[in-house]
Design a protein around this ligand. Structure first.
Ligand code: PEP
Ligand code: CO
Length: 448
């Protein structure tokens, strides 16, 4: 392997990066980011890697979720709280189902850059560059807004910083105290069937906590009851931004991308000879790679060699997104190859990205049943192969949106336009997310 530095990716073929018209401004922003404080601390990324090592060894479960694309316009304390809260609710349900700790990672505090299948978008005969996430350009359909603007990187940095600040406060400041498990039920969720099921479930946890308190295990004295660990992640797409936030950890001399705890590489940018893999191989954060339906055994073996040459458990997560049918052909040979080579991998399932369809009215949606089928297939395949189905990766929101069809809330195609707020891909709403968590908890219980 050649020597790695945060900027060696610049010598490799790169896709999905914007062309900035104003290079001088780009360099000024990069310089400013380089001297800005890191968003996360290397030791935190290392802690997450240790937790993911437990997942790789079948001793913990991973829940990763959040918006497809976070937006500056939707940035508010309430939105951050709602997202944190639904992930917390899901995690506690999954913890109960699996009897294992659940590692929680938000697609939050930095999920601002998107690869797009088309470079351009045409509306009413006008063609403009596609929207690529608030870190790159604006969603508004105008010539000016769609131009990549380097100043957005500074805005992304500050939005991520404020989001992280609140997430840390929620995780450690009392909001995540297990004694509040009943209070996490959101207003509109509470009135749904899932809300009722959750309320019953929360009462059982409260009863258990009361018993534990009588035994002397209480939140005042045991931080594990009062606090939780919550990590941030985003797709490492916009490499100038990631490079500028990459720092050396003085105690070890290792490099970390301090823009988030966990970074992943998308399905479209995971070429082992490309710039995105080159960048990620040198940072010591835990790394994910999206694995689509065309993945071959050689692809994943090469990815393991480049991204995890020391075969460190927790370093590498494969996020499969293959679709509920293709997964049966594609995943088993990959699992067998990884087992045969003795490679330590976290396997997690993203049942969203191979299940996107466009309705007759032109809205992108996903069917709850297709999502559930892919999740069920993922667990069945791992069970048959004797490997560990380590986690789930969802696009979801704590809000009452109508973007995915189905679920017991029975959202129909006709109802999609009512609360269709996503900037990019359709997300599960809070009740659909909770319903999935209960269904997965059942699968986990059966498998244990
Ligand atoms: C995403 O996670 O939003 C995404 C673009 O995924 P993928 O790379 O798997 O298509
Ligand atoms: Co998406």
């Amino acid at each position: 392997m050649t020597e790695w530095m945060p900027n060696t990716w610049r010598d490799y073929p790169v896709h999905h990066l914007p062309q900035y018209a104003n290079q001088e401004r780009l360099h000024a922003v990069e310089k400013e980011l380089r001297k800005s404080p890191p968003l996360v601390f290397a030791e935190e990324a290392l802690q997450l890697k240790k937790s993911l090592a437990k997942v790789a060894n079948g001793q913990a479960f991973l829940l990763q979720g959040g918006d497809c694309a976070e937006s500056f316009a939707d940035f508010s304390a309430n939105n951050i709280r709602d997202m944190f809260r639904i992930l917390l609710q899901m995690a506690v349900v999954l913890m109960f189902g699996s009897g294992m700790p659940v590692v929680k990672i938000g697609r939050m505090a930095g999920q601002y850059a998107k690869p797009r299948s088309s470079e351009t978008e045409t509306k009413n005969g006008i063609t403009l560059p596609s929207y690529k996430g608030d870190n790159i350009n604006g969603i508004e359909f105008s010539e000016q807004s769609r131009q990549p603007n380097p100043d957005r990187m500074m805005q992304a940095y500050h939005h991520a910083s404020a989001t992280l600040n609140l997430l840390r406060a929620f995780a450690q400041g009392g909001f995540a105290d297990l004694n509040k498990v009943q209070e996490w039920n959101l207003g509109f969720v509470q009135d749904s069937l899932q809300g009722e099921i959750y309320q019953r479930f929360a009462r059982r946890i409260s009863a258990t906590l009361a018993f534990m308190k009588a035994c002397g295990i209480k939140s005042e004295t045991v931080p594990l009851v009062r606090e939780t660990s919550f990590y941030t992640s985003h797709e490492a797409l916009l490499l100038p931004f990631e490079e500028a936030l990459t720092r050396v950890d003085l105690s070890t001399g290792d490099w970390y991308d301090c823009s988030a705890h966990f970074l992943w590489i998308g399905e479209r940018t995971r070429d082992p000879k490309g710039a995105h893999i080159e960048f990620c191989r040198g940072i010591n954060n835990p790394i994910g790679v999206k694995i689509g339906p065309n993945t071959k055994v050689d692809d994943i073996l090469r990815l393991c060699e480049v991204l995890n040459p020391l075969n460190e458990a927790g370093r590498l997560t494969f996020i499969t997104r293959m679709g509920p049918v293709k997964i049966f052909d594609v995943l088993p040979p990959l699992l067998r190859a990884v087992e045969r080579e003795g490679l330590k991998i976290v396997w997690t399932c993203d049942p969203m990205h191979a299940n996107t369809q466009t309705t007759s009215t032109g809205l992108k949606t996903r069917d709850f049943d297709a999502i559930l089928s892919e999740v069920q297939a993922f667990f069945d395949i791992h069970k048959a192969e004797g490997t560990f189905a380590g986690g789930l990766h969802f696009e979801l929101t704590g809000k009452n949106v109508t973007e995915c069809v189905g679920g017991t809330v029975k959202i129909t195609e006709e109802e999609l336009a009512e609360h269709y707020d996503t900037l990019c891909d359709p997300r599960l709403n809070a009740t659909q997310s909770l319903e999935l968590a209960f269904l997965v908890a059942e699968i986990l219980k059966k498998n244990s």
